[in-house]
Structure formats: structure tokens, C-alpha cells
Design a protein around this ligand. Structure first.
Ligand code: HEM
Length: 232
């Protein structure tokens, strides 16, 4: 049997694949946040950035395909491991184990489901622009004269809705909570967390997740608060 096949079969292999796909998705959400923070710069910046991504053409589709594959593997293995754990629980876990597990670790499936519900909503909102076809027609002229899609206006108009912004804040909060255990768990599964580093890994995960949540939430809140406005 090849290595990939055996990884998908054994419990530890599934955990390693979950850790690796989780780290890829973690890299994506971090990069996505850094890109989105350009909303706090003059509109030309985020519009040029979105245009650069679109100009990747086939490369962008390769990246999208790879991310989707990682998401599918991550979710599929999460379901399998949850079912396996449930089936083994009466023998394998005593009360003490349950008490010692953190709340974030115990609600991973629930937080994962919320994030999974957010992704199609988000893609329909900003990538497919369902219900707001006008957003595809907004254009912006960069300083070099190139006419590009106006992502800045789309984001300001999108986040001007309290309900939509509220859902984003909740979703990124839930994702940050999911990551707070996910990071520690992935590092442990990959054998990178030893006694010496354990404290540092946990502190890094907690600090990262708070920062991730606050910076993400700042985007819709800044629009609602009138700090980020439509270009004059
Ligand atoms: C406040 C938080 C977020 C903001 C402001 C935001 C903003 C955006 C915007 C504006 C786009 C469309 C870009 C364009 O039209 O060119 C987009 C696409 C996307 N976002 Fe987000 N996003 C946020 C959080 C997230 C999270 C938490 C995830 C994943 C869990 C995510 C996943 C994606 C994906 C997969 C795409 C599609 C990328 C593509 O078209 O290839 N976003 N986001």
C-alpha cells in the first residue's frame, strides 16, 4: 500500500493529514486576513491586490482547487475521527480525561460546522456576489491607468449591513476559537510539541487567535463605524 493510502487508513495517519491540511488552511486564512487589512489603506491598494490575484488566471484556479481539496480532506477526516472516537469512548475515556480537555477542544466539531456554514455564505456574498450583481460592475482606475474591479466599494457596501457584519464577526470569532485548539493539536500531532515548548505553543496559539479575531472583526466594524468609507 502506498504512503498516502496508509495515511488515510490508520487513526494516526488521519490525524497527521488533518494537521497538515489544517495548517494549509491556517496559512490561507492568515494570508487572506493580511490581504483584507489593506481596506485600511487608500482604495487603490486593495483593488490592485484583488486585480493581481485575478491576473494569476489558471494559477488562481490551481490554488483554489488545492485549498478546496484540503478543506474536503480536513472535514472528511474530522467526521471519521469523531465517529471513531465516539465508538471507542466508553472504553477509552474515563471521567478524568473529559474534565482535563479544554472547552475549545470539546467543541471542535461544533465550531467547525459554523465555519463550514460561513464559507458558502461568504463565497456567495463576495465571490459570486449573489443578490448584488452591481458589485461586479463597479470599476476603479489604478494610477497606471488600468481599469480594475472595485473591491473596496464592494466591501464597504457589503459591510454597511449590520446583520451581515454581525455574522462575519461571529464567524471569525468562532474560527479563531477553532484555531486556538487546532494549532496546538496540529503541532502536537506532528510531534513538534515537547515538554519544553508546550507552554510557548499554547501561548502563541492563544495570542495568535485573539489577534486574528480582533483584526478580522475590525474590518466590518470599521465600515459600520464610518472609519472606512466609500472612495470620494
Ligand atoms: C472579516 C473577515 C473577512 C473579510 C473582510 C473577507 C473578505 C473577502 C473578500 C472581499 C473576498 C472577495 C475578493 C474579491 O472579490 O476579489 C473574499 C474571498 C474569499 N474569502 Fe474571505 N473574508 C473574510 C474572512 C474569511 C474567512 C474566515 C474565510 C475562510 C474560512 C474566507 C475565505 C474566503 C475564500 C475561500 C474566498 C474566495 C477566494 C477566491 O475567490 O479565490 N474569508 N473574502
Amino acid at each position: 500500500m502506498n504512503l498516502l493510502g496508509s495515511l488515510f487508513k490508520s487513526s494516526i495517519g488521519k490525524k497527521i493529514l488533518m494537521a497538515l491540511t489544517g495548517l494549509v488552511l491556517f496559512g490561507f486564512v492568515t494570508g487572506h486576513l493580511v490581504g483584507n487589512l489593506q481596506i485600511f489603506l487608500p482604495p487603490a491598494k486593495i483593488n490592485a491586490y484583488a486585480h493581481m490575484l485575478e491576473s494569476l488566471g489558471a494559477g488562481l484556479w490551481l490554488i483554489r482547487g488545492f485549498l478546496l481539496l484540503c478543506l474536503v480532506i480536513h472535514v472528511w477526516l474530522a467526521i471519521q475521527l469523531t465517529l471513531e472516537n465516539r465508538a471507542a469512548r466508553p472504553q477509552a475515556y474515563g471521567a478524568e480525561h473529559v474534565i482535563r480537555a479544554t472547552l475549545a477542544s470539546r467543541v471542535m466539531a461544533r465550531t467547525g460546522i459554523v465555519v463550514l456554514a460561513f464559507v458558502p455564505f461568504h463565497l456567495a456574498h463576495y465571490t459570486l456576489r449573489v443578490g448584488s450583481p452591481g458589485w461586479s460592475e463597479h470599476t476603479f482606475r489604478l494610477t497606471d491607468g488600468t481599469l480594475v474591479r472595485d473591491v473596496h466599494t464592494m466591501m464597504v457596501q457589503g459591510f454597511s449591513n449590520w446583520l451581515v457584519s454581525g455574522f462575519y464577526v461571529i464567524a471569525v470569532g468562532v474560527l479563531a476559537y477553532h484555531l486556538s485548539h487546532g494549532i496546538v493539536s496540529a503541532v502536537q500531532t506532528l510531534g513538534l510539541k515537547n515538554e519544553k515548548w508546550a507552554g510557548q505553543v499554547e501561548r502563541f496559539a492563544a495570542a495568535y487567535c485573539w489577534l486574528y479575531f480582533l483584526l478580522n472583526a475590525a474590518i466590518p466594524l470599521a465600515v459600520l463605524g464610518g472609519f472606512v468609507k466609500l472612495a470620494a
